[in-house]
Design a protein around this ligand. Structure first.
Ligand SMILES: Nc1nc2c(ncn2[C@@H]2O[C@H](COP(=O)(O)OP(=O)(O)O)[C@@H](O)[C@H]2O)c(=O)[nH]1
Ligand SMILES: [Mg+2]
Ligand SMILES: [Zn+2]
Length: 305
């Protein structure tokens, strides 16, 4: 029997099956060793084969089907092992805030590089538009401009006034979408706005400044309808890049990638070389300084590993 992983907790997972509905499953011992580099061999979104025990009404995962793609993060800084956040996603939504709590551009860019590397199309959602003052509204427009210029779609939402919620709901239709972002940006609140029946617990704003308090600890798949799934992920604090080689980094900045063939040197690092198409685009304003600076920062950070 096959099913889809909709929740995981350590070696336990909840699998949605056609035949028996949602079944609690454990992983077979053998499975655990096969994918030694990942801390979790089975992730939300995985399609799996299970053996069902009629007596206990539980199952055992015996095989994980090949993944179309997956999104990962490093388990801890400097750690070699990875944690699979979700598998088989059609699109990824990065929720950001320009206020309470403000999302760092360096975090956004690392996240985007990782999604490019894993070929997951990403949309940026600027949430909490209802609480922005004049200065923050300007910040939000600047942010929109930076990422539109880089080739990303940017949406504005408010989980309180429902701004942008219908547009978002339409875009999600028929897809499996990943909702990510720092703790407190409103992932759960947006999911509740999309479907009040979800009744997800929303964090208390004051908690975020105390740190360490997470209302969502595990990834979880929720359904708007049979064919529309969303994955609520635990709040990410930092984002260690995985599987991106230093000399490929520019490929994962879409606005760099489209210009690489115009650099004079095939091994151009876009840091200082003459006749560099990336630097030329930076100088004429087609590439934003913020993105370029983060490219340099990430490039240079490789030496720390
Ligand atoms: N004013 C306002 N508050 C929001 C909005 N979205 C989320 N919040 C609040 O921000 C806090 C964190 O939201 P939550 O959904 O738990 O964040 P998560 O950690 O990303 O899941 C909660 O108090 C929410 O009610 C929004 O669009 N506007
Ligand atoms: Mg949450
Ligand atoms: Zn170059």
């Amino acid at each position: 029997m096959t099913g889809k992983v909709i929740e995981t907790r350590g070696y336990h997972s909840l699998i949605r099956t056609y035949e028996y509905g949602d079944i609690n499953c454990i992983l077979q011992g053998k499975l655990r060793q096969e994918n030694i580099t990942s801390t979790n061999p089975v992730a939300v979104g995985d399609n799996v084969e299970i053996v069902y025990d009629e007596k206990t009404k539980t199952g055992s995962v015996i095989n994980v089907m090949e993944r179309k793609n997956y999104v990962v993060r490093r388990s801890a800084k400097l750690s070699k092992s990875i944690h699979i956040i979700a598998a088989n996603v059609d699109s990824s939504y990065l929720i950001v805030n320009v206020s309470k709590p403000v999302t760092l551009l360096s975090f956004i860019d690392r996240f985007l590089v990782s999604n490019e590397a894993y070929r997951v199309p990403t949309t940026i959602i600027i949430n909490k538009t209802d609480i922005l003052n004049k200065k923050e509204k300007e910040d939000a427009l600047i942010l929109e401009n930076i990422y539109q210029k880089a080739g990303y779609e940017v949406l504005f939402t408010s989980a309180k006034t429902n701004e942008g919620i219908d547009i978002l709901r339409n875009r999600l239709k028929g897809q499996t979408s990943l909702f990510s972002g720092n703790s407190g940006v409103g992932k759960s609140a947006l999911l509740n706005a999309l479907q009040p029946n979800f009744n997800l617990k929303e964090g208390n704003l004051s908690d975020f400044y105390q740190m360490g308090k997470h209302t969502t600890t595990f990834s979880k798949m929720l359904f708007l309808d049979k064919d529309t799934a969303m994955i609520d992920t635990p709040g990410l604090k930092a984002f260690g890049l995985v599987a991106v080689e230093k000399d490929e980094l520019a490929m994962y900045f879409p606005e760099f990638k489209s210009r690489l063939q115009d650099c004079k040197f095939y091994n151009c690092t876009h840091l200082h070389e003459p006749h560099c198409a990336v630097i030329a685009a930076l100088e004429n304003g087609e590439i934003s300084l913020e993105r370029y600076n983060n490219y340099v920062k990430i490039y240079e950070s490789y030496d720390e590993y």
